[in-house]
Design a protein around this ligand. Structure first.
Ligand SMILES: O=C(O)[C@H]1O[C@H](OP(=O)(O)OP(=O)(O)OC[C@H]2O[C@@H](n3ccc(=O)[nH]c3=O)[C@H](O)[C@@H]2O)[C@H](O)[C@@H](O)[C@@H]1O
Length: 487
């Protein structure tokens, strides 16, 4: 029995009992119920004006509840949105900037691609993003600017992209919220996925970073791609390291890749399997590019050619690994411009939105001319004009492989890929850039750990210790050239 909601349980004068069960315990006999009933009815409905007041109270309570619920809903949505914006480094204009940067140019000859480049502040990513922008494609970058190597170098690449109108969103590709915002803000036709945890030997120090960046982030990206409208074609960076302990040379895409020598290689191999599954199930066009030891200006400080240069200039010894039986190690060192051309050709030839099975391709992008590590050191000495202090040691069991050598027949046939730069010419360009960026004695870029620059290493204008006025002028001219482009 309810009047305005409740009945007095304890008979202490409270009108509103809390539960029907309490009503039962209270109702000792029919007369009691009846007496109480009558009393309550009497108290509740003693007059019409009381009834009217209760009705008014009810209406007011309901109205205030509804407006409070609406307020809670609105404000929680607002808070969620704010949190997600903060994560994406955004603000009011974030979506607008993504949209503008993603829009292809309208000039004649433009291909009209709209490309999301992950790892855009990285070595290959920054070059590829700028090359796309230069030919008129829409480009948006994303990068987490992590500290695997000197983040100031990544910031400098990012600044260069910004000066060419490429917006780089700061965040982790493994964050589905960030990806949802990016895909919500622009209709990307292609994704060039270059974000990764690179480096073969660092996997022994920090294995989980490889699982996070090379596996979890890849899956997050594929999930975003499959839900995107239009659905973008994916071109991504695999690695020559997938050939692992393979001894047949040159390495062809059809060779077995089931004996990885490092966790890095294993995660890249896993990436090939994962992208195949997504391509098969969801019909996503996928192209995996196996890069062969890419080097060049604006390169990665953790790689041998870069770390050797730094040490040679500082008069520090370099460690040259030697293979079993004293055999020199060799790499199919590939110049950055050749790799970028391969990336753009892969994007241009990716088929999207067709009926039938989705395109799934794998290509080697190498130089087809392996060079030994001692020869690399000799070439660096030549271009730097400084003798290296070598420390030759047996190759430690750290995931390294003795040699790599690409067969690029497939890439040549399908992508028109033809590497043009030999190691001598490429290192000459690298050394020129290095000296213009760091100067002849780059003290602040010197602290290293496992070949990684841990701190310092900003743009030439702030870090060089060049001594002569002539050098300073030369450096300023080179800096101006850099501001016009990466190469
Ligand atoms: O091609 C690839 O797939 C890989 O190429 C490079 O890996 P790596 O070829 O090992 O390149 P470096 O680390 O620059 O080493 C080049 C050569 O120098 C040797 N090395 C390296 C470091 C050192 O201190 N001394 C030394 O002799 C290595 O053993 C290797 O033979 C990249 O670091 C990987 O991210 C990439 O995926």
């Amino acid at each position: 029995m309810r009047c305005g909601g409740d009945v007095d349980v304890d008979g202490d004068g409270d009108v509103f009992p809390s539960t029907p069960g309490k009503l039962k315990t209270w109702s000792g006999g029919s007369s009691a119920i009846s007496r109480h009933h009558v009393g309550v009815v009497h108290r509740c409905f003693a007059s019409t004006s009381t009834l009217f007041l209760w009705a008014l109270l009810l209406v007011a309570l309901t109205a205030s509840y509804l407006s409070f619920a609406g307020l809670v809903d609105t404000s929680s949505r607002y808070l969620l949105l704010s949190a997600s914006r903060a994560r994406g480094g955004g603000g009011g204009g974030w979506e607008r900037r993504v949209g503008e940067s993603a829009r292809p140019g309208a000039h004649r000859g433009a291909r009209g691609l709209s490309v999301l480049v992950t790892g855009a502040a990285g070595f290959v990513g920054s070059h590829a993003a700028l090359a796309l922008r230069r030919r008129g494609d829409g480009v948006v970058g994303v990068d987490n600017f992590n500290a695997y190597y000197d983040p100031s170098l990544k910031r400098a690449r990012g600044a260069l992209l910004a000066s060419h109108g490429v917006f780089v969103a700061e965040g982790d590709v493994a964050d589905p919220g960030l990806l949802a915002r990016l895909f919500g803000a622009a209709p990307f036709t292609h994704v060039l996925h270059l974000a990764a945890q690179a480096g073969v030997r660092y996997a022994m120090e920090n294995p989980s970073s490889y699982v996070h960046s090379n596996v979890a982030a890849l899956v997050a990206l594929l999930e975003a791609c499959r839900g995107a409208e239009p659905r973008p074609a994916l071109v991504w960076a695999s690695s020559s390291s997938v050939y692992g302990l393979n001894e047949k040379v040159p390495f062809a895409e059809s060779d077995p890749t089931d004996r990885p020598a490092s966790l890095y290689a294993a995660t890249k191999k896993a990436g090939e399997a994962i992208t195949h599954a997504y391509s098969h199930i969801y019909g996503i066009s996928v192209t995996g590019l196996r890069f062969f030891t890419v080097y060049g200006p604006w390169g990665r400080p953790d790689m041998a050619y870069f770390a050797f240069t730094r040490n040679i200039l500082q008069g520090k010894p370099i460690t040259v690994y030697r293979g079993r039986g004293g055999v020199d190690l060799a790499r199919d060192f590939t110049y950055i411009d050749d790799v970028v051309r391969g990336c753009l050709a892969a994007l241009d030839t990716a088929r999207r939105g067709e009926r039938g099975p989705a395109q799934y391709r794998i290509y080697n992008l190498g130089n087809t001319a392996p060079v030994t590590v001692p020869r690399l050191v000799y070439l660096l000495e030549k271009h730097l004009g400084v003798r290296a202090r070598r420390r030759v040691v047996d190759m430690p069991g750290n995931g390294d492989v003795p040699f790599t050598h690409a067969d690029v027949a497939r890439a040549r046939a399908d992508l028109g890929y033809r590497p043009r730069t030999n190691l001598d010419a490429g290192l000459k360009k690298f050394v020129k850039w290095y000296l213009s960026y760091y100067g002849y004695s780059s003290s602040s870029s010197s602290s290293s750990s496992g070949g990684r620059v841990v701190g310092g290493g900003a743009a030439a204008a702030t870090t060089t210790t060049m001594t002569t006025t002539e050098n300073k002028q030369q450096q300023q001219q080179q800096q101006q050239k850099q501001n016009r482009g990466l190469r």
